[in-house]
Design a protein around this ligand. Structure first.
Ligand code: F6R
Length: 590
């Protein structure tokens, strides 16, 4: 949550920062601001609203070759200009942008108030600027930053600058930060995520927790705890600039939905030896926990059915935010498999921390290379889906499912068979995003767009699909959508069905088909408008969405029509599916 970027080089910093902020907007879009350092000192520009409107403000932003920017997802303090970053000291000598939460900000603020500092915002971040200023009364800027950070409790990724210092200073603890380097042009970038600067460089240095980096004539890393210089290895990122751009599409959401044929195949590019090694660990593990949040949690739930169906193996699934409460069960023989697109979700990272304290081995499946989760895991698999910019997860969900399928097949030594099924599924997925199919779903969205409620049902492998489908619909269209297992409806939720209530039913050609048709009949008899997602039509359906015959890999294909439907439910209601209200892509607070 919140996106930060900094630049030091020879170009106009504002151009680079504005385009970087627009790529980081998935992290927060309540308000945004920029600080530029030039001969006049630090010049600040702030605006409430989305960065996508920034072009019209370009002329008002100062020129200079060093600066920082921030796009905010509000935590402390309302969405106002005063609370927008960068935060500065009263004399405007120091500016700070911050992602994270300063837990002891109230104590720091009270102490600083007593010392005569004046605060102009309700944010926790402003305390950082004043604290650094307080230390500069007795020491230089860099030492002051280090001292201030050692007083801070909580999480931070910060970029800060002083009017009289030619360098940008950045640091992190429990919030993401990555450095981009272009040595040839002597340009250095710092950001919450790689897409922010990918059009300028693909060479990166990952910042670890408790590290401070000074962007001078090259980046210099220090360990904040012992003060020593840290040597870093550069990594080259193979994401393309095009992947991070919207291209001819109206929204990232539809672009990313359509990329799935490729991204599912890319997810399969895992080494057999690695998958077989993991399969062995799963077979030997005394208790296997899949841990994730949101959409990734739905993929994990799907995995529990897959492992039962394809591998005859019981695995546990835990919501990352609840995992700590299971920790008494954990032993060094437990295996934890975490799923996360961003690799930065705070709930997931704290679950990992709790597990590590018990000696648990951590496997992760992540999309963002070098993310915190990838680096704290014992083994990490990359989804290879390319950047997912839309706040709602689409392509990474099917990438996760593909990798989990591979693992389930690997557990019974049938990896090749699993790969064949998945390649077949990836080819079939293409049919679901053809222009004809998309038009059909747009028309369905037109019929459903004014609904107040929708219910989704599925059994077995399709139950988590129904849960993911409900999540997609509600987060982009704000229509209340709720998932039930087919069998659960008659135990209470049936009372909610009225004349024309939309019920979306997943009925693949597997052992759940007949029971699902009975459940559809039950709701239809009570007036529901039944939308069946199935390879074959049935009299129980009022509207049929045809999906390919995939049997065991059906969750991969069956979610796609609902991703498209959700997209149109948002668009036809005049909503921005890429930036749903109140949400941020990378949930870095607990
Ligand atoms: C839903 C969505 C969120 C994320 C959740 C976990 O569309 O995007 O529910 O799935 O915040 O994020 P990651 O996978 O990055 O850990």
């Amino acid at each position: 949550m919140c996106g930060i970027i900094g630049y030091k080089g020879s170009k106009n910093a504002a151009d680079i920062i504005l385009s970087g902020l627009s790529r980081l907007e998935y992290r927060g879009y309540d308000s945004w601001g920029v600080a530029i350092k030039n001969a006049q000192g630090l010049e600040i520009f702030k605006q409430v609203g989305k960065i996508s409107d920034a072009k019209e403000h370009e002329e008002k932003i100062a020129k200079g070759t060093m600066g920082m920017g921030h796009t905010r997802w509000a935590t402390h303090g309302k969405v106002t200009e005063e609370n927008t970053h960068p935060h500065t000291t009263t004399d405007m000598k120091i500016a700070v942008v911050h992602n994270g939460i300063i837990e002891n900000y109230q104590t720091l603020r009270d102490t600083l108030l007593q010392k005569g500092h004046t605060f102009t915002s309700q944010t926790d971040t402003e305390a950082i600027a004043h604290l650094i200023e307080e230390y500069t009364k007795t020491t230089d800027f860099l030492t002051a930053v280090k001292s201030a950070l050692s007083d801070i409790k909580g999480s931070f990724a910060i970029v800060c600058a002083h009017k009289d210092c030619p360098d940008l200073v950045c640091a992190r603890r429990d919030s993401p930060l990555v450095i981009g380097v272009d040595h040839k042009n002597k340009e250095y970038f710092v950001a919450s995520d790689i897409p922010a600067f990918i059009e300028h460089t693909k060479d990166v240095l990952f910042v670890d927790d408790n590290e401070l980096v000074i962007l001078k004539d090259r980046p210099v890393f220090y360990n904040l705890l012992d003060g020593r210089v840290v040597e870093k290895k550069e990594h080259h990122i193979d994401w393309s600039v095009e992947q991070a751009k919207k291209g001819d599409f109206d929204h990232y959401m539809i672009k990313e939905i359509k990329e799935q044929k490729e991204t599912i195949k890319n997810a399969l590019a895992q080494k057999d030896s690695v998958l077989e090694g993991l399969a062995q660990k799963i077979n030997e593990g005394f208790g296997v926990f899949f841990v994730a949040a949101g959409t990734s949690l739905n993929a994990a739930k799907s995995a529990s059915y897959m492992f039962s169906k394809h591998a005859g193996k019981h695995v546990n699934v835990a919501d990352a935010s609840e995992f700590e409460y299971y920790k008494n069960f954990l032993t060094p023989k437990t295996l934890m498999i975490t799923l996360s697109q961003s690799g930065e979700t705070a709930d997931v990272l704290s679950a990992v921390k709790a597990a590590k304290e018990k000696g648990v081995e951590i496997i992760s499946i992540v999309n963002v290379m070098g993310s915190s989760l990838a680096r704290t895991s014992d083994v990490s698999l990359l989804m290879n889906a390319g950047p997912e910019i839309c706040v709602v997860a689409t392509k990474t969900y099917t990438s996760q499912l593909a990798i989990l399928h591979l693992l389930a097949y690997a557990v019974t030594g049938r990896l090749e068979r699993g790969r064949e099924w998945l390649k077949y599924a990836a080819d079939k997925v293409d049919e679901l995003t053809s222009d004809t199919e998309i038009k059909k779903l747009e028309n369905l969205a037109m019929r459903l767009k004014d609904s107040k409620h929708m219910y989704l049902i599925g059994r077995g492998l399709s139950y988590p699909t129904a849960e993911e489908a409900a999540l997609k619909i509600k987060e982009v269209s704000y229509i209340h959508a709720e998932a039930f297992s087919g069998g659960a409806l008659k135990h209470g939720a049936m009372a909610l069905i009225e004349e024309r209530t939309p019920v979306i039913a997943f009925a693949p050609s597997d052992e759940t088909f007949d029971d699902m048709i009975s459940n559809c009949m039950e709701v239809k008899a009570r007036g529901a408008f039944v939308i069946g997602i199935s390879p074959k039509d049935n009299e129980a359906f009022d509207f049929h969405i045809k999906v390919p015959e995939l049997n065991g890999t059906s969750p991969i294909a069956n979610i796609i029509p609902i991703q498209v439907l959700s997209y149109y439910l948002a668009v036809l209601n005049g909503l921005d599916p890429d930036r749903p209200r109140n949400l941020a892509k990378s949930v870095t607070v607990k």
